[in-house]
Design a protein around this ligand. Structure first.
Ligand code: FAD
Length: 420
């Protein structure tokens, strides 16, 4: 039986590996000349940059172990600049809570809630049927955290932390979404040696080792159907037949390739993010109060920064990656710039083929949460037999989690067992 996976982002690659493990012949079709999608490293001279995503934190440990993905787990994983001082988040829970509680008396209570919510989400993460809001509410109620879906992030945070601290825990555009999202993003983030491309290259290596074929420069233009069944895809005018097609690209793009789906409307939104990747000629002069915290994510008032070269000897040069106000951030890290690139929404629309430049494929808000992502009640299946969806636009959502890639293979397995 032949399966095609559209898109070689980390989710497509994970899906390909687990589909192959089911005994299918698997081919991944990638539009560009690169693999990894938004999980890629770029080599510039002798410097290695994480081009788009830059920290790993949401991928379950079992996937990290399965693919042998290396991580750099620093003692301080994140530092916030607040009220003129730097506040480190230690990986050690006791140390972290002691410090944070001395500054914000309700911090421990806040974190307890977050971890309870995360526990529920972890239990519901690996599934072929994403949970409804009502189901989550029911479980959350019984575990003493009803606010997970009943309260917006802004109201939840207001109960524990000052308003101007919120943006460290939730993107301002998501403040109206349920507090579930604060828990989604709260994590022990790590850097990855040689950048995020290591994540996708390790998965790809394991998948190809099992017999998966990855074809680059193979943009799918059309998904072929007959009756209510998928038949294959069209690449550069050529038909490729398959019994199963897993689309691990933005659902907006997938829908545009199927005449039967053109009436289903999805809105990828339009964010305003900008990421800069900078290589300095020599060691930059770093603001004195920032130096002790350089090993983790630095959350300044003016943006989010990592200096991976401070902890990763494979980076080959002094590398700074950040999302935020360029000039303000470069006044904290001063030095002669050898290379600089800026990527933004317009760039991502063309380069990552992500409609709306949405780095999560679809907004992380209603109606695209839980079993509403991307369409109410679909999960990873579609009304067309043999056509499945994966990627950041499916449950549980965006970022480098690998969960949609894993879950879609679980779904195919379930259907194969039932005679397909
Ligand atoms: C600037 C930036 C910073 C980020 N930072 C982080 C971070 O630090 N941590 C984190 O966890 N997440 C981060 N993210 C989000 C995260 O990178 C993405 O949500 C995640 O990588 C999406 O993975 P995916 O496999 O679902 O899809 P993608 O990575 O989008 O991969 C989809 C693939 O499909 C290909 N494709 C598209 N259309 C077609 C077609 N028609 N035919 C064939 N192939 C096609 C694309 O070329 C691409 O390779 C960031 C994203 C950006 C842009």
């Amino acid at each position: 039986m032949r399966a095609l996976v559209i898109g070689s982002g980390h989710n497509g690659l994970i899906a390909s590996y687990y589909l192959r493990k089911l005994g299918l012949d698997v081919v991944v079709l990638e539009a560009t000349s690169r693999i990894g999608g938004m999980t890629e490293s770029e080599v510039v001279g002798n410097a290695v940059i994480s081009r788009a995503s830059y920290v790993l934190g949401l991928m379950p440990q079992f996937l990290i172990r399965e693919f042998g993905i290396p991580t750099i787990e620093t003692e301080i994983f994140q530092t916030l600049e607040y009220d003129g001082r730097m506040i480190p988040f230690y990986r050690d829970q006791e140390r972290r809570r002691r410090l944070l509680n001395s500054l914000f008396p309700h911090y421990s209570e806040f974190e307890e809630k977050i971890f309870k919510m995360k526990g529920i989400m972890e239990e519901l993460a690996l599934t072929t049927s994403p949970p409804s809001r009502e189901k989550i509410a029911e479980i959350a109620e019984s575990r003493g955290v009803p606010e997970i879906v009943k309260e917006t992030s802004i109201h939840f945070l207001d109960r524990y932390l000052p308003r101007d601290l919120h943006r460290f825990f939730i993107y301002p555009s998501m403040e109206d979404s349920p507090s579930y999202l604060v828990a989604y993003f709260f994590n022990y983030w790590s850097l990855v040696p040689s950048g995020m491309g290591t994540v996708s290259s390790y998965i790809a290596k394991k998948a190809t080792g099992e017999g998966v074929e990855i074809k680059t420069l193979s943009r799918v233009d059309e998904i072929l159907t007959k009756g209510n069944r998928v038949q294959g895809v069209k690449v550069k005018g050529k038909e490729i037949k398959a019994d199963i097609v897993v689309s691990a690209i933005s659902p907006v793009s997938t829908f545009s390739m199927i005449p039967e789906f053109r009436d289903f409307k999805l809105d990828p939104g339009r964010g305003g993010w900008v990421k800069y990747n900078v290589v300095f000629k020599d060691t930059p002069k770093i603001r004195e109060d920032v130096k002790p915290y350089i090993e983790g994510i630095l959350d300044f008032q003016v943006g989010e920064v990592v200096m991976p070269s401070a902890v990763d000897e494979n980076r080959g040069a002094h590398v700074l990656e950040f999302m935020g106000d360029r000039d303000e951030i470069l006044s904290i890290f001063k030095g002669e710039i050898k290379y600089e690139e800026k990527i933004d929404v317009n760039y991502a629309t063309k380069y990552y083929l992500a409609p709306g430049g949405n780095l999560n494929h679809l907004p992380m808000k209603y109606p695209y949460l839980f079993d509403g992502r991307p369409m109410k009640g679909w999960g990873y299946r579609t009304p067309l037999k043999g056509l499945y969806l994966s990627g950041a636009g499916t449950y549980p959502g965006g970022q480098v989690t690998g969960i949609p890639g894993y879950n879609v293979a679980l779904t195919v397995k379930e259907d194969l067992r039932q005679g397909f």
